[in-house]
Design a protein around this ligand. Structure first.
Ligand code: PEP
Ligand code: MN
Length: 339
């Protein structure tokens, strides 16, 4: 259930409602929507009589949320969530572009990429330090060394850092350096990790699992939200289908407007992992923006043919700069803007 307070409800009335529902064994989560306090109930408290709650002073309305995801649902928070990452706003009318190499490989590679993507108009820098690789023999990332390089690149460019954390035990370490903690597709349902990033109270980029449904993704976000951490970007990065002959994954463009309807959380698209092929990155990026995505996550490498991971899908800095120009033009046509 959610309880919608009157716009002019007093703090005393809000506290009175909180105390009552808490006495019935419910956990509460407070949010504000269009100036009104909204109280979300979580957990397994005793049944409540909506009529009784509706009569309490200051209460405007009550609503049952039938979806399994509660805090993530638009019913709980009708206005879209926006949040700032070191001054960069995520969500809202402006698109956020996150770009950088798949993996941090060296100081020179990272700094060159960071300056180039900044110059082209990116708002945040991505780069993997701990890499989830299919093969244990593939490059696994430079680990903490990469985190220090990312911090150096942030210092040099002012771009906030997005990097993946793969294990709950590493959250504290990665959070020392990262502005946004990325949960990779293959870890989307690592519930210990979701709980750990929820507790870390850091912005999170949550990628959709390769065979996760839209509801699975929202339930994963719900884990993080249940810790009171609502700074979450959902990321569509392509799913597995029967046909991977020409592209690595199938970009689920449907998921973008569907998620925008079901949840208040910002939705970004990763056309790099969705396609796995450099030449398809721009068209799919534009499709995502046209479908209503709030931003893009794009892999860029100064020498893609030498990349230690995901070179085939990495754009050169020049290609990335052209992509940003095209995204700006499209954004203007749909009454949005970039950054
Ligand atoms: C990545 O962003 O480099 C990555 C590993 O992505 P995904 O988890 O979507 O495969
Ligand atoms: Mn990658």
């Amino acid at each position: 259930m959610i309880i919608l307070m009157h716009p002019e409800a007093t703090p005393f009335q809000v506290n009175n409602v909180l105390a009552f529902v808490q006495s019935k064994g419910w956990q509460t989560c407070l949010t504000r929507s269009s100036g009104q306090v909204v109280i979300g109930l979580q957990g397994n408290g005793q049944p409540l009589d909506p009529f009784h709650i509706g009569q309490m002073p200051g209460v405007a309305d009550t609503m049952e949320i039938t979806e399994r995801y509660k805090l993530a649902s638009r019913a709980f928070r009708p206005t879209s969530t926006t949040f700032a990452v070191r001054g960069v706003t995520v969500g809202g009318d402006r698109l956020t572009i996150i770009a950088g190499p798949c993996s941090v490989e060296s100081r020179a590679q990272l700094l060159e990429t960071a300056h180039a993507v900044k110059e082209a108009g990116a708002h945040m820098l991505r780069g993997g330090a701990f890499k989830p690789r299919t093969s244990p023999y593939s490059f696994q990332g430079l680990g903490e060394k990469a985190l220090t390089l990312l911090a150096e690149a942030r210092e040099a460019t002012g771009l906030p850092i997005v990097t993946e954390v793969m294990s709950p035990h590493k959250v504290a370490l990665v959070a020392i350096y990262a502005d946004v903690l990325q949960i990779g597709a293959r870890n989307m349902q690592n519930f210990d990790l979701l709980n750990a990033v929820g507790e870390a109270q850091r912005p999170v980029l949550l990628k959709r699992g390769p065979s996760a449904t839209v509801e699975d993704l929202l339930m994963a976000a719900e884990y993080i939200l249940a810790h009171g951490n609502d700074r979450i970007m959902l990321c569509e990065r392509g799913i597995r289908t029967f046909d991977n002959r020409f592209t690595r994954n199938a970009f689920d463009v449907n998921a973008i407007p569907v998620l925008k309807q079901l949840t208040h959380l910002p939705v970004i698209a990763d056309p790099s992992h969705a396609t796995g092929v450099r030449r398809y990155v721009q068209p799919v990026a534009l499709a995502a923006v046209a479908a209503g995505a709030d931003g893009l996550l794009v892999e860029v490498h100064p020498h893609p043919e030498q990349a230690l991971s995901d070179g085939d899908q990495s754009l050169t800095p020049e290609e990335f700069a052209r992509l940003v120009v095209a995204v700006r033009q499209l954004a203007a046509a749909i009454e949005r803007s970039v950054g």
